[in-house]
Design a protein around this ligand. Structure first.
Ligand code: ATP
Ligand code: MG
Ligand code: MG
Length: 349
């Protein structure tokens, strides 16, 4: 069969590779680590930096279509790649999602509300923005943040210079801290024909900046689910998107705010492999390969929990629960904060 190229060989690349294999595709993975999580299931591993032009060229030569599993892929090499082989999601979508200022300006520009925010490039701008926004804020690097890294809470008396320096004195965004009731996310897909399929939202709980638990449906009402699905569809259409996207929201007493967009399969959608006809991983493969999208319908309520660090020890014992679906990423060392696997449990009525 044709080969799908994946930039990035972490657990998301691995799960994409498994789904691609099930549809008869071959998989080539580009990752600096030849022992990356996806290497065990890929047909070919190109061990090189993600932005290495020669390695990207080899990936293009090997692949019928190229995708990526994380948002910090450099956009310019990706655009060059897209001149040789179809690249999905399109580089312009990645460009929007990987810079929090561009992302929020895009969202607000198409009428989607977010936390109030200001771009801050230095401590003077930070002081000024803090005065303007008023109240507690969160300072985030514009780029390269994940799992809550690159963030600092700013309160009235916090020394702003320290906070700015703690993030490396790089271009940043100051966001008003949202007093949310809970967090939710929608994983949705858009095909090459423009069809959109949206999974039910999950209620998400984070711990130390890392997703801990996704509950479906959790506290998400039918009305809220419809609104979140509509917002995700609007984002997909405006970005001329192809593939799976994760859209993170805050539920507030005044309605939904979008927190951020992830231009890839999303941790809060891992439960789809257990209770949906077509998982987010297969849906992404279908979309980028130009195949029809599958049903995103769900046949059970469920709770997905990440197994982080040492929580992976003895994970196979979880199989004693017949309603548990376990996924182990096959990573080496169970370092603290490292995502090692996840388990989805069916919730019976
Ligand atoms: P991810 O791993 O999801 O990509 P990230 O590093 O990009 O995470 P965010 O999603 O921006 O970080 O923030 C992580 C978490 O911090 C959010 O899920 C939320 O719990 C909290 N948070 C972020 N921004 C705000 C805000 N403006 N107000 C309140 N809480 C926030
Ligand atoms: Mg993020
Ligand atoms: Mg996030």
């Amino acid at each position: 069969g044709a080969t799908i190229g994946i930039i990035g060989g972490g657990q998301l690349g691995r799960m994409l590779a498994l789904s691609a294999a099930r549809l008869g595709f071959r998989v080539a993975v580009l990752d600096p680590n030849p022992d990356c999580a996806a290497a065990q299931v890929a047909n070919q591993v190109i061990a090189a930096p993600y932005d290495d032009p020669g390695a990207l060229g080899r990936l293009a030569d090997a692949s019928a279509v190229v995708t990526y599993e994380f948002e910090n892929v450099a956009v310019e090499p990706l655009r060059a790649l897209a001149a040789r082989v179809p690249v999905f999601p399109p580089p312009q979508a990645l460009e929007v999602a990987q810079d929090r200022v561009v992302e929020k300006a895009f969202l607000n520009g198409i009428g989607i509300p977010t936390a109030e925010w200001r771009a801050v490039d230095d401590v003077q701008e930070l002081d000024h923005a803090f005065q303007e926004l008023g109240g507690d804020c969160i300072l985030k690097t514009r780029r390269f943040g994940y799992d809550g890294k690159g963030q600092a809470t700013i309160r009235q008396r916090s020394p702003h210079a320290d906070a700015f320096e703690s993030l490396g004195s790089v271009p940043a965004i100051l966001e008003k801290k949202v007093p949310f009731e809970f967090e939710l996310s929608v994983v949705a897909a858009r095909g090459q024909d423009g069809a959109v399929a949206s999974y039910d939202p999950a209620e998400n709980v984070h711990s130390l900046g890392i997703l801990k638990r996704s509950t479906v449906p959790g506290r998400v009402t039918a009305a809220l689910a419809a609104e979140a699905g509509d917002i995700a569809a609007r984002i997909l259409e405006h970005l001329d998107y192809v593939g799976v996207v994760g859209v993170e929201f805050f539920a507030t007493t005044n309605g939904l705010l979008v927190n951020e967009i992830a231009p890839r399969v999303h941790n809060s959608g891992h439960w789809t492999e257990a209770v949906c006809l077509v998982s987010q991983f297969e849906q992404h493969v279908r979309a980028i390969a130009g195949l029809p999208l599958g049903s995103a319908a769900r046949h059970a309520d469920c709770v997905m929990e990440n197994l982080i660090g040492a929580e992976i020890d003895g994970a196979l014992a979880l199989l004693a629960d017949p309603d548990a679906v376990l996924h182990v990423y096959g990573k080496g060392e169970a370092k603290p904060g490292r995502k090692m696997g996840h388990v989805t449990r069916i919730v019976r009525p």
